[in-house]
Structures are given as C-alpha cells and as structure tokens.
Ligand binder design. Sequence first.
Ligand SMILES: Cc1ncc(C[n+]2csc(CCOP(=O)(O)OP(=O)(O)O)c2C)c(N)n1
Ligand SMILES: [Mg+2]
Length: 382
Amino acid sequence: MSVDSACQAAGGPSPPGRLELADQTFHIGHLQILDENGALVAGSAGRAPELSPDQLIRLYRGMVLARAVDDRLLKLQRQGRIGTFAPATGQEAVSCAGVIAMRPSDWFVGSFRELGGRLLRGEPIEQAFLYYNGHEEGNTFAGGERTLPVAVIIACQMLHAVGLAYAMKLKREDAAVVCFFGDGATSEGDFHEAMNFAAVWQAPVVFVCANNQWAISLPREKQTRSRTLAQKAIAYEMPGLQVDGNDALAVYQATHEALERARSGGGPTFIEAVTYRLRMHTTADDPKRYRTDEEVKAWERRDPIPRLRKHLAARGVWNDEMQVNLDEEIRKEIEDAVKKFEEAADFKPDAPFDHVFGVRHPRIEEQRADFLANLSREPRHE
Ligand SMILES: Cc1ncc(C[n+]2csc(CCOP(=O)(O)OP(=O)(O)O)c2C)c(N)n1
Ligand SMILES: [Mg+2]
C-alpha cells in the first residue's frame, strides 16, 4: 500500500481541528419474500427462489419435524428422561432453509439451536437424544462428514468455520462453509477475529447470525449499540444484509446467493436473520422472569411454519390431507427414535475424558476420577 493511501481515510480528509465520529450513513438491505400470511411481499417476486415443489416440501417437512422433536424433547425433559436442551421453536426457518441452500460438499458449522438443520443434514433423531442426555456418542459425525458437532462455547465455531473455509480455498475446492450462531455471539472476540480473517483471506464462508432478540435474559438492545447486526460486516468490507429470519424463502435466497458468491471466489458474506426464540433459552430457564407474554404473542403471529404452509397451499403443492399424513409419519418417526434411544446400552458417563488427548494424561485421569467420585455421590435425576 502506498504512503498516500495508507494515510487516507475512505471518505477523504477531515476538516482541520475537528475530531469527528466516523460517517454513520450507510444502507443495510433487508430481504423479505413472504408476508405473515405466506403471500409474496410487493416487489419481492424477482428475488423469490426457484425451488421445485419437492425442495419446498423438503424444507417445510424439515421445519415441521424440528418443531415436533422440540415438543417431544420438552416432554422427555420434564419427565426426567433426558437432560437439558435448547429449544429452537420459532427459529426453524433459519437453519432449515440454510441447509436446503447447501450442497452435501459444503460444511455445516453450528451452535446448539440448529436441530432442524442438523436433521436435514442427515443426523438421526436418536443421535440428538443421546447428545442431550450427555452421551458422547451424540457427538459423532452421523450428519455426514462435513457437519461439525454442536458448539456450546459461544462464537468458538466461527473460528473453526473460517479455518475450514481457508483450507478449502487453498485446496481450490468448489464448496463453502455455512456457519450459524446467535446475536450474543457478536459480542465475543471470536466473532471479530473470525470476521476479520474471513475477509482478509476472502474465505468461502457464509455467516448466518440468528438474531432471536435474546442472549438468555439479555435483550438485543443491551447487547450492542449497533442499529443492526448486519452493519458489522461493513467494518470488514464484507457484504452484509438482514433477512426476515421467519421467512424461509428469504433465508434460502440470501444463503443461496452468498454460497454462489463464496464458491466462485467472491469471499464471505454476513447474513443477519431476524427471528425470535418462542420458548425458553434452555429447559433450565424461565423466560417469564425477563420478557412479557405480549412480546411472545406478537412473534407467534410471525411463526415461520404456518407462513410457509399457507404459501405452499396457495401454490397448490400442499393440502390438509398431506398435513395429516405428515403429522402421523413424523409422530411415528419420533417414537421410533425415542425407543431406539431408551433401548440403547447404558453408555460410559466418563467417555468425554477419553477424547481430550490422543493418549491418556495424568491430569485428565485425575479429573476423570474426581468426576466419577462426584457422580456416585450425587442422586441421579430420575
Ligand atoms: C463463551 C461463552 N460464554 C458464555 C456462555 C453461556 N451462554 C450459553 S448460551 C448464552 C447466550 C447465547 O446467546 P446467543 O448467541 O444470542 O444465542 P441463543 O442462545 O440466543 O441462540 C450464553 C451467554 C457460553 N456458552 N460460552
Ligand atoms: Mg440470541
């Protein structure tokens, strides 16, 4: 870089003697294709995705399945038959539509609120049950070699995603990474490191931020002063946009366009998917302590599932009889998974200690012994 350009701000010189805030005028695009009744939003027809009836039904089925698994998991947890879990009810469009836009050769890197997307990637339902019951076997790569396990450490997976994407770029692979995370992740150092290096290396990665308005009990407006999360992309010279995250077609289209750009050498994209967590943060949380019923009700009207269903019905690819059949098929699928999960052998509770290092380490063995001693002291949560 020349000395002149290194000394030159993007907007030109500042008037003498004045310290100024950076210019705050910018434009963040917002993509919405379906309104709350499933009709095309005026002017959106040009961006409506070219999805076949089969693809649309696969997307819708994925969302309905995710909701039904959430319902079942909640009952199992309340009956003490499973450990704690993080429901994704209300947010299904984000990970499901994201996955429909992906190819099997693309990497799926997520956190803990993308069950729908993981199931669409091929993860068996019983594997999710194993994971939520604390079995290490729930962390295997059953969703395909290119699906990373759940990441609970907020934003850590963004660095994994950028590393994968950079490696793919060096290997000239015709594929990309889609990385999911929440609004709370944008306050982590890992977020900024990942965004920075993704842009510097022009890595083929699509960041999908599920802005569900809350990071446990912390509301979005206490998370950041930024008016949108998407604008954070500007600082990294990365394309960024906001989409209606409860509109599966908008999420699909934005992810599809970003993936095409990433695979063809155009670098990373940041997508802020505006959505809402309709249930508790995890089953250990009581959201009534920090948010109102009115707020929840207002978002229930934007539920992504009935919205897509109405759209499919209007296009003539879905009807009530198909819904009855689907509900029954899913009910059986879930009961079958519960059976497989409950009939599975009693797994080793200390299995995670086996995987810390390739070889056994005295410090880890000390921790294993401590953990097993504690287990025998604690009453089991039956
Ligand atoms: C580094 C780190 N800090 C704190 C936590 C505890 N924690 C778990 S979930 C969560 C909130 C995450 O909020 P957000 O990123 O918006 O995702 P959401 O839970 O809303 O899907 C926090 C703080 C953690 N898991 N990791
Ligand atoms: Mg959140």
